[in-house]
Design a binder for this molecule. Structure first.
Ligand code: 8YV
Length: 347
């Protein structure tokens, strides 16, 4: 039997990263051999006696899996910045270190948030369908056809306000991209557990070169924003923060962007908000119930909704960076070294 520590990896991490693991002679690497979701039964069997386990957001990590691994398990590495699929108390109980992939994906997700804001406000779904369906030549042109609200400031609307639910790394990278659009105000709803800090808000305003950055309540944020970005962690604490009451308070010309987790938005309320035109449109990279979204889901056919299959971090560069970071976290933990990104708190 091998005396090398065993690591189990639930997905092929690609030709740039796999050699980092496979070409080592100080670890034994077991990789889920298919290009599909890792089979639970396979995982329960193969994880036995492992020192390290590298998982995806879609893999369920629970007490049963940790029990199956046994006391040899020292490190869990997830190829995601989100960790709601990981039972933190169970890990703490067993002294298992957790690695994740913050920072490396911040810019890619912020890019997608801006793309969704532009697509939602300028009616991307509706107008590309016109071209795809051969309708364009049949539409007599008129000055206001296809028009939607402008995300950037204009002579007509020199004031533009963006609202952020969650104001962490990804939200701030999104804000940075909006500044050259002529944004005038940034409102954000922070973690209710941390107190408001006007001095920090003033420092943010200076740092971003904005007239105003302010932490406000959800009601004010909904009512004042021209675009609302949902960029907070998932989990029970943030479930349905965007509900019917929130959506009803939004401007009818405002758009909602969610590039965080589907659970933060009440889907039924959003369907009503779009159909009844409480808001202008929505741009979603995530949806409750994903990836099991059927073609007859009300938002799939909704012309004022752009729906993406959770591709926020899916640039080639970022996914390679995440894979490498996840592999290095795994190795660092298994060999008792520092991990490039070890999760140590609640941030
Ligand atoms: C996905 C994400 O995990 O990192 C996260 O938390 O939501 C995304 O990057 C992606 O599917 C990579 O695993």
């Amino acid at each position: 039997a091998s005396t090398r520590p065993k690591v189990v990896v639930t997905r092929n991490l690609g030709p740039e990263t796999m050699p980092l693991l496979l070409e080592r002679d100080d670890v034994e690497v077991v990789v889920w051999p298919e290009d599909t979701y890792c089979d639970r039964k396979w995982l329960l069997e193969n994880v036995r006696g492992a020192t390290g386990l590298l998982v995806m957001l879609s893999d369920r990590v629970d007490a049963e899996l940790l029990e199956a691994a046994g006391p040899s398990l020292k490190v869990l590495s997830t190829m995601s910045v989100g960790y709601e699929h990981v039972p933190l108390p169970e890990l703490a109980k067993r002294n298992i270190r957790l690695g994740y992939t913050p920072d490396v994906l911040t810019d890619a997700v912020a890019d997608i948030a801006i793309m969704l804001a532009l697509m939602a406000s300028r009616n991307a779904e509706e107008v590309t369908a016109v071209v795809r369906n051969g309708e364009w030549p049949k539409r007599p042109w008129s000055p206001f056809m296809f028009c939607g609200p402008q995300l950037s400031a204009s002579t007509v609307h020199p004031q533009r306000t963006a609202g952020f639910i969650g104001f962490g790394r990804i939200a701030q990278a999104t804000l940075k991209r909006l500044v050259p659009f002529g944004l005038t105000t940034c409102l954000y709803a922070g973690n209710p557990a941390t107190p408001a800090d006007p001095a920090a808000d003033a420092a943010h305003a200076r740092a971003f070169g904005l007239p105003r950055v302010a932490r406000v309540g959800l009601a004010e944020l909904a009512a004042e924003s021209d675009v609302v970005f949902v960029l907070a962690p998932g989990g029970p604490a943030t479930r349905h923060v965007v509900d019917a009451a929130f959506l009803r308070r939004m401007k009818s010309t405002a758009v909602l962007v969610n590039a965080a987790r589907g659970t933060l938005v009440d889907t039924d309320a959003l369907v009503r908000a779009l159909r009844e035109r409480w808001i202008w449109g929505a741009g979603l990279d995530v949806l409750e119930g994903e990836p099991v979204i059927h073609a007859d889901h009300p938002l799939v056919k909704e012309p004022r909704c752009t729906l993406l299959p959770h591709i926020g971090s899916a640039s080639i560069e970022t996914r390679q960076g995440m894979a490498k970071m996840a592999a290095e976290n795994l190795l660092g933990g298994v060999l008792g070294h520092a991990m490039p990104a070890e999760f140590t708190g609640t941030k």
